[in-house]
Design a protein around this ligand. Structure first.
Ligand SMILES: [Zn+2]
Length: 322
C-alpha cells in the first residue's frame, strides 16, 4: 500500500463496478429489462447454439435484475453491476451492446461472460481506503480499480469464450492506444514530487493494461505498447522493472483463477502497483430463479487471509528447518 501505517485513511470509498456509461444520443437504440432483455440477448446469438445455452443460464441467474441496452451510437460495449452498499444489495446487472460492428455476437458474449464471473464465484472488490496524504489523487486512484478489474476478468473469461467456438481475434474490439510515453517521461522532474499523470501506479497500470492484453489480443500492438510503457516508465521509476516482473509472474501463475483466493491475489496485484487494496468484497449468490443476492464477504476474506498467512508462515518455518 502506498499509505504509511501511521496515516489515517480519509474514509471509506466505494467502487461501483462500472465502466463508462454512455449518454444516449440520437442513434438507433433499444432498452430491455428482465425477460425482454433475455429475449433480445438470445436473438443476437442465433448462429451460436452453445453461446445461447450459456447466455440463457446467465440471463436466468440475473432474472429481473438484468438490463440490456443496444445502441449504434456506443463507441464500444460495456457491462455494469450496480450494488447498493448499506445494506448491501444488487441493484442491477446491465449490458450495453454496441451495434453496427462485425462482432456483435462476440461483443455480447464477451460482456455476458463478465457477468458470468459472479456466478462462478468471483467476488467484487467493494470498498477501499485511500490514505489522507493521497486524498487529492482520490479521483485518479478510484478510476484505476474498474480498469484493473476488467482486465483481470479477461483472464477469467477468455478460455470460456474460445471454448464456445469464438475466434480470439474477436475477443476484444480494440485496444486503448498508448499515449506518448517518451514525452510523458521527459516531463518528469523529481523535484515536482508525485504527479498525477505519471505516478508509479499510473506507469504500472499502463504497463499492465498493455501486457495483459498481449494474452487476449491477436497482433503485435499490445506487445509494442507494453515495451514502450516499461522502457519509459523505468526511466522515471526504476522500480517499475521489478513491479512488472512481479505482475507478470502473478498473472502467468494462473493463481487468480481460483475464485476463493481471488481477493487475496487481486490485493497482491494492487500492492505491486502501490494502489490501495480492497478492504471489503461482495459476492453475488443465486437466491433461486432470477433472484440474485449480493453478500458481503469481509469476514470470509479475512478468515481466508489469516489462514493463508499462517499457512505461509508454517511453510516458511518448515523450510527453515531443512
Ligand atoms: Zn471485457
Amino acid at each position: 500500500m502506498s499509505g504509511k501505517a501511521d496515516v489515517q485513511p480519509s474514509g471509506p470509498r466505494l467502487w461501483r463496478n462500472s465502466k463508462m456509461i454512455h449518454v444516449l444520443s440520437n442513434g438507433a437504440c433499444n432498452e430491455y429489462r428482465g425477460r425482454a432483455a433475455k429475449e433480445a440477448i438470445i436473438s443476437r446469438l442465433t448462429d451460436w447454439p452453445e453461446a445461447r445455452r450459456v447466455a440463457t443460464e446467465i440471463c436466468d441467474f440475473y432474472g429481473e435484475y438484468l438490463q440490456h441496452h443496444e445502441d449504434t451510437a456506443l463507441s464500444s460495449s460495456h457491462y455494469e453491476i450496480e450494488l447498493q452498499h448499506e445494506p448491501i444489495a444488487l441493484q442491477y446487472a446491465r449490458i450495453e451492446l454496441q451495434l453496427g460492428t462485425l462482432r456483435t455476437a462476440e461483443a455480447l458474449l464477451h460482456e455476458l461472460l463478465h457477468l458470468n464471473t459472479r456466478m462462478r464465484g468471483y467476488p467484487i472488490g467493494e470498498k477501499f481506503w485511500i490514505p489522507s496524504e493521497l486524498d487529492r489523487y482520490a479521483h485518479h486512484i478510484s478510476a484505476i480499480y474498474p480498469i484493473i478489474g476488467n482486465l483481470l476478468e479477461h483472464e477469467l473469461i477468455i478460455d470460456v469464450f474460445l471454448g464456445l467456438g469464438f475466434d480470439k481475434a474477436n475477443f476484444l474490439g480494440c485496444l486503448s492506444p498508448a499515449p506518448d510515453y517518451q514525452h510523458l517521461a521527459s516531463k518528469f522532474k523529481v523535484s515536482l514530487g508525485f504527479r498525477e499523470e505519471i505516478g508509479f501506479s499510473w506507469w504500472c497500470l499502463e504497463y499492465f493494461r498493455h501486457w495483459v492484453s498481449t494474452r487476449h489480443w491477436v497482433g503485435d500492438e499490445a506487445d509494442i505498447y507494453a515495451d514502450s510503457a516499461l522502457y519509459w516508465g523505468s526511466k522515471v521509476y526504476p522500480g517499475l522493472q521489478d513491479a512488472a516482473k512481479q505482475i507478470r509472474q502473478l498473472i502467468e501463475s494462473g493463481a487468480i483463477q481460483d475464485s476463493k483466493q481471488y481477493p487475496f491475489h487481486v490485493n497482491t496485484l494492487l500492492r505491486f502497483m502501490k494502489v490501495p487494496k480492497f478492504t471489503e468484497w461482495a459476492s453475488i449468490k443465486t437466491g433461486g430463479y432470477g433472484k440474485p443476492r449480493a453478500i458481503r464477504l469481509t469476514q470470509k476474506v479475512d478468515d481466508w487471509m489469516s489462514h493463508h498467512c499462517s499457512r505461509l508462515m508454517d511453510n516458511r518455518a518448515e523450510e527453515e528447518k531443512h
